[in-house]
Ligand binder design. Structure first.
Ligand SMILES: [Zn+2]
Ligand SMILES: [Zn+2]
Length: 399
């Protein structure tokens, strides 16, 4: 059995509290043990499967799938409980709450338990598999191979991420129980209700609605006031990791989540379309923050590689889209090789190289050379990025 043994890499002093450091140590030695029994080729597939599992569970998407499935298979489609019948009569607000949110606590407990277990389990696995086991071969897989998120910020993103996860799971559990108890929604279960044309059309339509609105919202959060008061928190992490995905200001987190689930309340959307699209968004959210050079597959020509959002964290006000680069191309906020982008250059258009000082060019040069060629589509793309700045510099780099 071929296996990769972890190399001994000196670790900086840990900012983690003793209980967290102890648990982490035990978990990593458990992984060391299991991994030594697996063939080496299994690694990447296991990693992808685990990211998918994390996408399914981090915000209780699996519970939503289960509830929709129950409603789809229940006789009469959409009447799992008799709550609707009970709600039909005249009742007080308290009674209405009891009817619509009956069973909330149990669902909330399950959603939270699974959400946290997977967040730490899979997030920890990715950390162990790439950031520890393959730390010395970072040039093969890391978007910013020479730069690492300092351990105190790792701990910071886990704390912020856990708070958002608590809010996210509470809202998801409320939504799940609302749907289960026949609360109002425009989700439908039989394709024949609206026909095949609408069913097929609704996929790209809802995808564009969610992705374009989140692009606009994200861009709005990059304007000076909203950036400084809310979104800057997520940009604490210049080298994002899988734990960064939910490390967002709670206000912004709820705002974005509301946009993502909104189609369920105002347009007919088949339950499979809704759940698959949500899973797609969560899956890519994790992949795009992982810091690992994951590439888009041949069947998703609209999807940017991981580097696109990694660049967003490295250069701040640029590449605002998530699952399609089209919006940035259309609005001119896609990263250009003849512009520099920094935390103090707002609005997504960067600063022209001609207007940059020698010092700014030299700083930009060191940022660009620190990016991994393996995260680009081709070596030529990366070279062009570096050479465009180099040509502008009076003194060639390194002198
Ligand atoms: Zn941002
Ligand atoms: Zn991000």
């Amino acid at each position: 059995m071929a296996s990769v043994r972890p190399k001994t890499v000196p670790e900086p002093e840990s900012p983690y509290p003793t209980f967290a450091a102890g648990t982490m140590k035990k978990y990593y030695s458990f992984l060391d043990n299991v991994w030594s029994k697996l063939p080496a080729w299994a690694g990447p597939s296991v990693a992808s499967a685990l990211v998918l599992l994390m996408g399914l569970t981090i915000r209780a998407e699996w519970l939503m799938i289960l509830v929709h499935f129950l409603k789809w298979t229940s006789p009469g489609n959409g009447t799992v409980t008799s709550a609707a019948a009970a709600a039909a009569g005249s009742i007080t607000f308290d009674e209405w709450l009891n009817v619509r949110f009956a069973g909330f606590t149990n669902v909330w407990l399950i959603a939270s338990f699974v959400g946290y277990a997977i967040y730490f389990g899979v997030g920890g696995f990715l950390h162990w598999y790439y950031y520890r086991l393959r730390r010395e071969s970072a040039h093969e897989w890391k978007c910013q191979p020479d730069k690492w998120l300092p351990p105190d910020l790792e701990w910071h993103e886990i704390k912020i991420g856990s708070i958002s996860l608590f809010i996210g799971n509470t809202l998801s559990a409320a939504l799940v129980i609302w749907i289960l108890n026949d609360g109002y929604s425009t989700v439908y279960y039989n394709i024949s209700d609206y026909g095949w044309t609408w069913f097929l059309l609704s996929w790209p339509l809802i995808f564009c609605y969610q992705d374009y609105l989140t692009y606009l919202t994200h861009r709005l959060y990059h304007t000076p006031f909203l950036y400084k008061h809310f979104h800057k928190l997520h940009h604490t992490y210049k080298q994002p990791t899988a734990f960064s995905v939910t490390a967002i200001h709670p206000f912004e987190f709820v705002h974005v989540q509301a946009i993502l689930v909104s189609p369920m309340f105002f347009m007919p959307v088949h339950w499979v379309t809704m759940t698959v699209l949500m899973l797609y968004i969560y899956y890519h959210g994790i992949v795009d923050h992982s810091g690992i050079n994951f590439k888009a597959h041949w069947w998703q020509p609209w999807q940017p590689d991981c580097l696109f959002h990694d660049n967003h964290h490295q250069y701040f006000h640029v590449n605002f889209g998530f699952n399609a680069f089209a919006w940035d191309k259309i609005h001119g906020t896609y990263r250009r090789k003849d512009r520099i982008y920094r935390e103090d250059i707002y609005y997504g258009k960067g600063k022209e190289l001609e207007k940059c000082t020698e010092e700014e060019l030299s700083e930009e040069m060191s940022e660009r050379t620190s990016e991994n060629v393996a995260a680009y589509q081709s070596e030529a793309d990366k070279q062009e990025m570096v050479q465009t700045v180099q040509k502008r510099m009076k003194k060639p780099a390194g002198q």
